[in-house]
Design a protein around this ligand. Structure first.
Ligand SMILES: [Zn+2]
Length: 360
């Protein structure tokens, strides 16, 4: 695997940055550094970041590349008398993955305080609890080590409404080409979009391109309802870090495996990707020899839903980099899939012409 250490570093910084839905500031700050050579940047109050290629010249179709900068997180609900913290979800977690997780809780000073999602020690469990240790998420608490509510407020500066993210650090295992970290949904998608545009710097393309790192996607595809008004796309590519199914699905039904290339999704709960555009993209991948996968999903959703049906409608496809254990504190992805996604974005942008759009 030919790995660019600078790109690994970008993925590391994007993955490690705390960015629970609605609190994406640190992720946007990292993205801005890497996007600087690409072109002009603009931000709205929702922290949606718009990156316009400096080679754009107007008067021709606009391709929107969307990738969401947020990750599933938690938000502080209240402080219990014993100093532990109740929370709600920002987005949808696999609840079974939460107990025992190390987390970082933002405090009133803007610092991230370490804590643990409390798991009851086996010593105190009844026989019934041992047999079925699953807890309702409402009964879980975060323990930062405070001894009382007063201690949590006065000495840890904890307050209601602050975000929480997993305390998971990115690691790249070069020997096996495996990336470990948090928030790969959709930080690997953000990184692939930025890397594709960096490689295209100075190159003439048949269309104008605006990349949007959109916020709060995990709360439902809501902020792309705003971004489309600023971009007014004619066509869109939605980047994702999408759930891999290859560790728990019968072989015949595996649709998103690690190290088989990015996944292009025909349908999910939120949208049906433009069928003729989807078929054109799959044919283009075959022609270019870029490995890709296809999926038909009974669950999930993404920003294609709102981009496709906003304004006068922009045909959209979803290019998802496989992520094992999405929406848990620890994800696995491969650079192989990341690289194939970058190559696909470049191939798409080189071939989306006004004539091609007219055939959709
Ligand atoms: Zn996502």
């Amino acid at each position: 695997m030919n790995v660019d250490v600078n790109v690994i570093e970008m993925i590391r910084e994007l993955s490690d940055a705390p960015g629970a839905s609605g609190f994406e500031d640190a992720v946007v700050a990292v993205a801005r550094e890497y996007a600087r050579p690409i072109g002009e940047m603009e931000e709205d109050f929702l922290r949606n970041l718009y990156i316009r290629r400096k080679e754009n010249r107007g008067g021709r179709p606009v391709v929107m590349i969307d990738a969401h900068s947020d990750e599933v997180g938690l938000i502080i609900h209240s402080i219990k008398p014993n100093g532990t913290l109740r929370f709600l979800q920002l987005g949808s977690w696999n609840k079974a993955s939460l107990p025992g997780t190390k987390v970082l809780v933002r405090n009133a000073l803007g610092e991230y305080v370490p804590g643990i999602i409390a798991a009851k020690p086996v010593h105190f469990m009844s026989a019934a609890e041992k047999a079925n240790p699953g807890q309702d998420i409402d009964s879980l608490v975060i323990d930062i080590g405070a001894v009382s509510a007063q201690d949590a407020v006065e000495n840890f500066h904890i307050r209601m409404g602050e975000p929480v993210v997993p305390d998971t650090k990115f690691h790249y295992d070069e020997a096996h080409d495996l990336m470990f970290g948090k928030g790969f949904d959709c930080r690997v998608g953000c990184a692939a979009a930025l890397e594709a545009l960096r490689r295209l710097e100075g190159r003439e393309l048949p269309c104008d391109v605006v990349c949007v790192l959109s916020t709060q996607e995990e709360m439902g595809p809501r902020n792309s309802k705003v971004t489309v008004h600023r971009v007014k796309p004619d066509i869109a590519i939605v980047m994702e870090g999408c759930p891999a199914d290859d560790t728990f699905t019968e072989p015949y039904a595996i649709q998103t495996a690690l190290k088989k290339g990015p996944m292009f999704r025909h349908i999910d709960v939120s949208s049906l990707c433009a069928p003729r555009y989807q078929r054109w993209a799959l044919d283009l991948a075959a022609k270019k020899g870029i490995p890709v996968q296809e999926s038909v999903r009974a669950g999930g959703g993404n920003n294609a839903a709102s981009i496709q049906t906003a304004l006068t409608g922009a045909p959209s496809i979803v290019c998802g980099i496989p992520v094992r254990y999405c929406h848990t504190p620890n994800c696995i992805s491969s650079y192989f899939d990341f690289e194939a996604a970058v190559q696909m974005v470049i191939a798409l942008l080189e071939n989306i012409t006004p004539d091609m759009i007219a055939t959709l």
